[in-house]
Design a protein around this ligand. Structure first.
Ligand SMILES: Nc1nc2c([nH]c(=O)n2[C@@H]2O[C@H](COP(=O)(O)OP(=O)(O)OP(=O)(O)O)[C@@H](O)[C@H]2O)c(=O)[nH]1
Ligand SMILES: [Mg+2]
Length: 128
């Protein structure tokens, strides 16, 4: 099963907004950058805006494509389209009851992320 996912790296002043995946979800108990699956024939950009509205309550006003990471978890193959989100209306929150946090990019390595995110975490930290 291959799933296309739009993911937002929500940035503000040296910090990034992350969320804890529910224990009953795929890769549960690990932190994530908010986002979700693209619907069939939906562009990744549209999916990003929709998912960040649903999950965090923000309206994206400025974003740029960062990169795509493909990863095989064995039970699931994902194609993650990462966007840096640098402008948004509203204050990000956990709209679906998920635990969320603004964390300094320099501290990002102290949070456990899914395997597919490791490269992104390293790159963000190296750029600080
Ligand atoms: N949102 C998000 N998903 C990630 C990240 N890294 C990563 O491997 N994934 C994987 O991407 C897949 C889809 O993401 P998702 O579970 O957020 O999808 P969704 O919001 O549509 O959820 P739903 O199935 O509850 O409707 C999951 O298998 C998840 O494990 C990440 O940083 N953010
Ligand atoms: Mg999601």
């Amino acid at each position: 099963m291959l799933v296309r996912v739009a993911v937002g790296i929500i940035l503000r002043g040296g910090a990034v907004f992350i969320a804890l995946r529910n224990s009953n979800q795929h890769q549960g108990g690990l932190w994530e950058f908010p986002g979700g699956k693209c619907e069939s024939s939906e562009s990744a950009e549209k999916a990003l805006a929709r998912e960040l509205k649903e999950e965090c309550g923000i309206a994206v006003t400025e974003s740029s494509f960062y990169k795509t990471i493909s990863h095989d978890y064995g039970d699931k193959q994902v194609e993650l389209c990462f966007y840096k989100v640098t402008g948004f209306d509203g204050e990000p929150e956990g709209s679906e009851g998920q635990t969320v946090s603004w964390v300094a990019i320099s501290n990002l390595s102290t949070y456990r992320f899914p395997e597919a995110n490791q490269q992104i975490v390293s790159e963000l930290m190296a750029a600080v």
